[in-house]
Design a protein around this ligand. Structure first.
Ligand code: 13P
Ligand code: ZN
Length: 288
């Protein structure tokens, strides 16, 4: 089964009440390490990439790479487009084998978010591609911090009423919600997930919910969110931080080393520790 549609594994996550860990893969070796750790832990998962990440790569390589790796792995995994802001990116992803896409209209006023999200649904649903919409604003490193400096985090939490209205007018398949996480590092503070808000949004929409900014959120909080109907948790910073610090440490200890492959082998274990933690935090371990 390996490379499957997001719809297939989302159904499994609903049936078995867990969240799919969704890993951003800005560099190809992350794909391999994520799949190897997923296989080890028998965890279904999502490989995802955002337009800002594949600027340095070629979006066409992802589907081909995953198709090739399908021969090597037995866990089911899917390919998702993360944080798209433009229809061109959505089209490119759909043409290149992505089975789900996120349209991030969260910076827009509600009506504009609804309009943009519906445009994506019109393109994606006829070809059986799932759509993740976002309502509320998950703070942190999204390229534009200016809004965050001016506002309190609470101002951007997803309102359950608005979520009901949004999903009634724009029938997305998954809804990303702002419930206490942020993208990137927390810089000394511990995030506090809003469990009542998660419950209310789930009750009002009956949709699979998505948490962005999974890195740095305590494991038990994410596990509880998964029990409450969060079906996808995005992780990026946790892997990158581990990769960069392990890389620096390796070079400090082996200043003469020029074989990049050897360096990667030396740091693989550290990155896999982070991947393992994300899988446990999503309750995805042992689900296949
Ligand atoms: P983190 O980098 O905080 O894990 O967030 C990942 C994310 O939400 C990707 O969309
Ligand atoms: Zn995100």
């Amino acid at each position: 089964m390996p490379l499957v549609s997001t719809q297939t594994i989302l159904k499994l996550a609903e049936e078995k009440n867990f969240a799919l860990p969704a890993f951003n893969v800005p560099i190809p070796e992350f794909i391999l390490w994520v799949l190897e750790e997923g296989e080890e832990m028998r965890a279904p998962l999502i490989i995802q990439v955002a337009p800002v990440e594949y600027e340095a790569l070629d979006i066409r390589m992802f589907y081909g790479t995953l198709l090739f790796l399908s021969q090597k792995f037995s866990i089911p995994f899917s390919l998702h487009l993360d944080h798209a802001h433009h229809l061109e990116d959505i089209l490119l992803a759909i043409q290149n084998g992505f089975s789900s896409v996120m349209i991030d209209g969260s910076r827009l006023p509600l009506e504009e978010n609804i309009r943009l999200t519906n445009k994506v649904i019109e393109i994606a649903h006829p070809v059986e591609v799932l759509v993740e919409g976002e309502l509320g604003r998950v703070g942190g490193l999204e390229g534009d911090e200016s809004w965050e400096e001016k506002s309190k985090e609470e101002d951007f939490f997803t309102s359950p009423q608005e979520a009901q209205e949004f999903t009634g007018k724009a029938p997305v398949d998954m809804l990303a919600v702002a419930v206490g996480t942020r993208h990137g590092l927390y810089k000394g503070r511990t995030p506090q997930l809003q469990f009542e808000r998660i419950k209310e949004i789930r009750a009002k929409t009956s949709l699979p919910l998505v948490i962005h900014g999974g890195s740095g959120t305590p494991r038990e909080q994410l596990r509880k969110a998964a029990q409450l109907g969060v079906r996808k948790i995005n992780f990026s910073t946790a892997l990158r931080v581990q990769y960069l610090s392990a890389f620096q440490e390796y070079l400090a200890n082996h200043p003469e080393e020029l074989m990049v492959g050897k360096i990667l082998q030396g740091i693989e274990g550290k990155v896999k520790e982070a991947i393992r933690e994300c899988i446990i935090a999503s309750c995805a371990e042992g689900k296949v």
